[in-house]
Design a protein around this ligand. Structure first.
Ligand code: ADP
Ligand code: ASP
Ligand code: MG
Length: 427
């Protein structure tokens, strides 16, 4: 059995749905098709959720936009009397019912209930379209089988329970193809949860792990994993083969092409992961698997924007020792902030985190109880894996870096986005 995952870009319009169906038709044998919300639907649903939560009348207009976007696609794919319309109507009615009731005041819970409609709508359309084209398949509501705790917006999977339930659900007795949603899941008591933005890759990897798939293919708008984001670097080249270790490092450093949680489930079962272009399905793309030999890779560039660099200095001039560090880490963990780079000296500790303006001031206040804090909010973190001096010269040039760090394989630079950006000092 194989797992195919199609992201939002691959099904952003009617042509995308037709293309998906021709890729699926070309596949023989058992297949699970995991699909994300169409195009930028998840962003639109986030706006809808915020409007609902803040009792903003814009919900009506956003609902219209959501319906029109999907109905435009459906109208150009199906005849007028097709059964897809009834199923979509039921979904829009359920979403409308949520919007017409008082919110529970738990934002993350409401977020998951609303956001999940993106994937429910896309998979409904795709399952019907495949059937229209005589590609027999069964639709699965993954929320019944992929079980998480109640950590809304970032559910933690119960692997054992999900394994049992998925084995029963995906038994391939009455079909060779299942169509299901990425990114969404459910609690034991059937509340909807999600796995974190861009989490559909992770769903594909989880299903592959739980059901012992032969391989996983994620279909992208790029020809594979490249040595830079081709939208930012016009000389980017496809890397044809890469180890799990390299892939997990790249996604950790911020290469957006694969969700960071994707690699562990497939590595644990030694399942190969293909990253391929949905525009050129015949091209080989990238294969990620266990590679013993030390594969020579070109320099790989990762640009992680929206970073904040902070430098802490203990007010009493005491050393940055283990106790102080563990206190800093505890504060970071409390605010769910991920460290993207760190460096310390005798009496200073500098680190880079993703900017989260919603909690930044409160976080800063906590730190200021003990430390003098200097920070710079408009910075980016450039990582060069397998760096050479020439690669550093090409990418960084003579721009001054705020922090620089090199290990044997990785060089990292924190640069200002705008050279005029001042460093704030709060004491
Ligand atoms: P999906 O449609 O699955 O949601 P994404 O948009 O999340 O796909 O990921 C694909 C995008 O990742 C590409 O369009 C590309 O701009 C970006 N990207 C960033 N880094 C890389 C890289 N190293 N190789 C290929 N693509 C990259
Ligand atoms: N639709 C979700 C998102 O946009 C999940 C995904 O696309 O992977 O975040
Ligand atoms: Mg995505």
């Amino acid at each position: 059995m194989k797992v195919f995952k199609f992201g939002g870009a691959s099904v952003k319009d009617a042509e995308g749905v037709k293309n998906l169906s021709s890729i699926v038709r070309g596949q023989h044998g058992q297949l699970i098709v995991v699909v994300s919300a169409m195009g930028k639907t998840t962003n639109l649903l986030e706006t809808l959720c915020n409007a609902y939560f803040h009792r903003d009348s814009k919900t009506v207009a956003i609902m219209e936009e959501l319906k029109n976007f999907h109905l435009d696609i459906v109208n150009s794919l199906f005849p007028l009397n097709a059964p897809v319309y009834k199923n979509l109507d039921e979904l829009f009615t359920s979403l409308g019912n949520i919007l017409n009731t008082e919110s529970s005041l738990c934002y993350d819970y409401e977020y998951d209930r609303i956001i999940s409609f993106g994937e429910l709508i896309s998979t409904t359309i795709i399952s019907h379209y495949l059937r229209l084209k005589d590609i027999d398949n069964l639709f699965i509501d993954i929320r019944k089988y992929l079980k998480t705790d109640q950590n809304y917006r970032n559910g933690n999977i119960d692997l054992e329970l999900s394994g049992q339930l998925c084995e029963e659900a995906f038994d391939f007795k009455n079909t060779t193809i299942y169509v299901t949603q990425g990114f969404i899941a459910g609690t034991r008591t059937n509340q909807t949860t999600t796995l974190g933005r861009e989490g559909s890759d992770y769903t594909a990897a989880l299903l592959a792990n739980l059901l012992n798939a032969e391989d996983v293919t994620i279909w992208k708008d790029v020809p594979g994993v490249m040595n830079a984001d081709p939208k930012e670097y016009d000389k980017a080249q496809v890397i044809s083969k890469m180890s799990y270790k390299e892939a997990i490092e790249l996604s950790h450093f911020g290469a957006k092409v694969i969700h960071p949680k994707t690699i562990k489930p497939i590595q644990n079962k030694q399942i190969p992961l293909y990253v391929k272009s949905f525009l050129h399905p015949e091209s080989s793309g990238t294969i990620i698997e266990e590679i013993d030999e030390h594969l020579k890779l070109p320099p790989i560039y990762i640009n992680k924007g929206n970073q904040c660099l902070l430098t802490l200095t203990p007010r009493d001039f005491s050393f940055i020792a283990e106790e102080k560090l563990s206190h800093i880490f505890a504060i970071l963990a409390r605010y769910k902030l991920k460290l993207n780079l760190m460096q310390n000296s005798a009496i200073s500790f500098s680190f880079c985190i993703d900017c989260n303006t919603a909690i930044f001031n409160e976080f800063l206040q906590q730190l200021q109880e003990e430390f003098e804090v200097r920070y710079n909010q408009d910075v980016k973190l450039i990582t060069i894996r397998h760096y050479t001096e020439e690669a550093i010269r090409e990418i960084i040039g003579d721009r001054p870096s705020l922090v620089e760090q090199r290990s044997r394989t990785t060089a990292q630079f924190v640069l200002r986005n705008h050279m005029s950006e001042p460093i704030h000092s709060r004491s």
